[in-house]
Design a protein around this ligand. Structure first.
Ligand code: NAD
Length: 315
């Protein structure tokens, strides 16, 4: 089976590509290296440096590789960037995605997997609750709006033209290879700064000095499992949350990270960031029913910390 991973030089896409290769898929990657790195692309994957915003580049790759399944991970992924540059966000996340879908329809693609966001699409999740897929979407950032728009387009492409799809709404994903220099991915940012002996910033949930936002942190290995399950007919519903249902504040997360690397952080408290939700936790019951339990946060952080340590000693 030929699998095309868009955004396969990025954090999650490169893990999807790597696991799929191990399982015997033929894999190609499209990435323009906006935030991804060529070193992340597995050696056995075919790499096309191409930009999904340009139809001719996408069409050329589809003609060359003739994918049968597409895992669409490429995106502008930062909420903060989407607030500052909503047009750029829409160009990549909406127009780019439509180019990918149109090429799927013109080619012989049997299914498309779309990396959506459970962490942003439901809006604020009140204390004590977990957002399930039956909740109405309440996007509060341009990033969440563009992901939701694409979910709508996918439904429409399915109804009108038969494109088969699965939507995976990820919670906050962490793990090896996440970019420590980006604006998203607090686990990588904290690990990167702590190992470089730099202080860390805790952005407030509501007021400066509080424990920060509450999130549902899911290990990248569990996200890869969901992608493979979606490709292999183990997920039969069109949309599924990919999270743990466990809530953790930024400060709790930081303390777990400190434990995992045995270092103490010098903390500065910042005001809330525009576009950030105060609380986001997903109902993960459907994930667990299909894929089993998710990785415990402490364990996932240990594995992630180990990878970051190895990178630091290599640099
Ligand atoms: P990432 O930034 O590491 O990966 C995105 C990849 O897309 C990068 O390699 C980047 O270079 C590539 N890309 C960006 N614009 C492109 C373009 N115009 N053409 C081709 N390639 C382009 O981010 P990630 O965390 O691996 O995210 C993967 C997917 O998962 C994204 O769609 C993201 O929105 C979604 N997601 C991530 C999280 C998370 O917590 N990391 C949560 C919810 C959803």
């Amino acid at each position: 089976m030929r699998l095309l991973v868009t955004g396969g030089a990025g954090f999650i896409g490169s893990h999807v590509a790597e696991t799929a290769l191990r399982l015997g898929y033929e894999v190609a990657v499209i990435d323009n290296l906006l935030t991804g790195r060529k070193e992340n692309v597995p050696a056995k994957a075919v790499f096309y440096q191409a930009d999904i915003r340009y139809k001719d580049q996408i069409d050329w790759v589809y003609k060359e590789f003739q994918p049968e399944i597409v895992s669409h991970q490429a995106a502008q992924t930062s909420v903060a960037v989407s607030v500052r540059e909503p047009v750029l966000d829409a160009e990549i996340n909406i127009i780019g995605s439509l180019n990918v879908f149109n090429a799927c329809l013109a080619g012989n693609v049997k299914r498309l997997i779309f990396a959506s966001t459970g962490g942003a699409i439901y809006g604020e999740v009140p204390p004590g609750e977990r957002a399930s897929i039956s909740w109405p979407a309440q996007p509060l950032s341009p990033y969440a709006c563009s992901k939701l728009a694409i979910e709508g387009y996918l439904n429409c492409y399915h109804q009108q033209q038969g494109l088969d799809f699965r939507i995976l709404r990820y919670a906050n994903v962490y793990g090896p290879r996440q970019d420590p220099h980006g604006e998203a991915g607090v686990v990588a940012i904290f690990l990167g700064r702590l190992l470089a002996q730099q202080g860390v910033y805790v952005n407030a949930g509501r007021t400066v000095g509080d424990a920060g936002c509450i999130r549902d942190y899911v290990y990248v290995g569990d996200v890869v499992k969901a992608n493979l399950a979606a490709m292999e007919d183990k997920i039969n519903q069109p949309i599924i949350n990919v999270g743990t249902g466990v809530e953790t504040s930024t400060l709790e997360l930081l303390h777990l990270i400190e434990q995992s690397i045995d270092l103490e952080a010098k903390i500065e408290f910042n005001p809330p960031r525009p576009g950030d939700l105060v609380r986001s936790v997903l109902d993960a019951s459907e994930y667990t029913a299909i894929m089993g339990t998710t990785t415990d946060l402490g364990q996932g952080l240990k594995e992630t910390a180990q990878w970051f340590r190895e990178q630091t000693s290599r640099d």
